[in-house]
Each structure stands twice: as structure tokens, then as C-alpha cells.
Write a protein that binds this ligand. Structure first.
Ligand code: NI
Ligand code: MN
Length: 231
């Protein structure tokens, strides 16, 4: 499968049969400018970690145009129905797995908050454990490290972990290494950094991060916005 990063926490995953979007914060995402617009994205499914504007992003617009199935916390997708009249959703909650013809997503705990830009309660913040085509991907959402990450994969190997490193609202480069040690993924893609001044990670700190990830036994995969990797 192919993973494409749009900056911040936004990804597209293309399997042989299905196009997934994660946290499609595109048009207001400074890192996505000149790389992609929400109008140009196709999706069969949109997976959401939480309701904050920098994750929820362009979901209503993309969903209405593409007819994608939106999967997220019960309260989050409920808002899509009540405020945007969009019904093609699957509501979940922490710990729950949902299965589709292309694979499965389990919504995992994240230590964070979740409200919509207008203040509406968005349920709880989650991470995503995605299984497709024999691969296991973990998108941590916005969170700090927590000890239970050690058993989030159920003993299976995580092929790619997408981990925030921007600090301020989530774990930073240093604390993300604790997460790498707990998860032991094959590869780590850093996310949720350099989008806005409070989450800027200077190049030398990013370089330090790369070597610390290697020292922890994983491969750092720093993707530029628009960059992709095959898993
Ligand atoms: Ni957030
Ligand atoms: Mn965020």
C-alpha cells in the first residue's frame, strides 16, 4: 500500500481497492499549500482521530463531494449528521474495532481533548490502529506517551507508526522516543510539527530525533508534505 503525507496529521492511504484519508486538514494547513487541495482528493473512507479543527479539517466538504464513509468517535460523526446533514458514517469509541472489506480500524486511547472549533463536544480523542493487506499501521492522533502503548498492537509488529513530535499540544521529539521504545515499530513517520510556530521543530532537533529513533531500533521516515512511502 502507499502512504502519502500532506503535512500536520493528514495522510492518504491507498490499498489495491480503497482510498483512505486520515485527518484531512488540507485547505487551512500551511504545509499542504501548493501540494494538494481538498477538491483534488478522492476518498472511499475518512478516518478521524478527534474533532479539533486541525484534524477534522475539510471532512464535511470532502465527504459530501466523494460520498466517503466517515469513521470516528460516536459524538464526532453524530455532529457530521446533525450540523452537516451527512449520514454516511460509522460511529465508534475507544477500544472498538470496525471491519470493512478492505481491512479494519481499531480506535485506541489518546491522551488529549476533543471539541469542535465551535466548542461542541466531540467525544474522546483517539488513535487509529489500521490493518490492511497484511500491514499494521498506527496513527497516534494527538497524545502524550502512555504506558499502555506497549500492548496496543496485541503483540504484532507495527509496520509504520505515525507519531506527533511537535510538543506544546502533544508529545515532543524527546518524549516521542519513549513511545518508539514502547511500540517498537519498524518505521516511524513524525507528524504534527512545523505547521504553526508553537509546534516548530528546528532542523537540528529533528536530526537528533532521527538518530534517537534509530538508537531505539526503528527506522525514521521523515516525509515532506506530498511525500509518500510504500509499505
Ligand atoms: Ni488536537
Ligand atoms: Mn492537533
Amino acid at each position: 500500500m502507499k502512504l502519502t503525507y500532506f503535512g500536520h496529521s493528514a495522510f492518504q492511504i491507498e490499498t489495491r481497492s480503497t482510498r483512505l484519508l486520515i485527518d484531512p486538514f488540507i485547505d487551512q494547513n500551511p504545509l499542504a499549500h501548493g501540494v494538494v487541495t481538498s477538491d483534488s482528493l478522492d476518498a472511499d473512507y475518512i478516518l478521524l482521530t478527534h474533532a479539533h479543527g486541525d484534524h477534522w479539517g475539510d471532512t464535511p466538504k470532502i465527504a459530501k463531494r466523494t460520498g466517503a464513509t466517515v469513521v470516528g468517535c460516536f459524538e464526532l460523526v453524530g455532529y457530521l449528521a446533525s450540523k452537516h446533514g451527512y449520514q454516511n458514517t460509522v460511529g465508534t469509541n475507544v477500544g472498538g474495532a470496525v471491519r470493512f472489506d478492505w481491512g479494519a480500524v481499531r480506535f485506541t486511547h489518546a491522551r488529549h481533548s476533543s471539541s469542535f472549533p465551535d466548542g461542541t463536544y466531540g467525544g474522546v480523542a483517539c488513535g487509529l490502529l489500521i490493518e490492511a493487506e497484511g500491514r499494521l499501521l498506527y496513527h497516534a492522533g494527538d497524545t502524550e506517551p502512555f504506558y499502555e502503548m506497549g500492548w496496543i498492537s496485541g503483540g504484532r509488529t507495527i509496520d509504520v507508526a505515525m507519531l506527533p513530535i511537535g510538543d506544546c499540544f502533544t508529545m515532543g521529539p524527546e518524549s516521542s522516543i519513549k513511545t518508539v521504545e514502547l511500540l517498537k515499530p519498524k518505521a516511524v513517520v513524525p507528524i504534527h510539527y512545523n505547521t504553526f510556530p508553537p509546534i516548530r521543530v528546528e532542523p537540528d532537533r529533528l536530526e537528533w530525533w532521527r538518530s534517537a529513533v534509530r538508537a531505539a531500533g526503528s527506522e525514521p521516515s521523515v516525509l515532506p508534505p506530498g511525500g509518500s512511502m510504500t509499505v
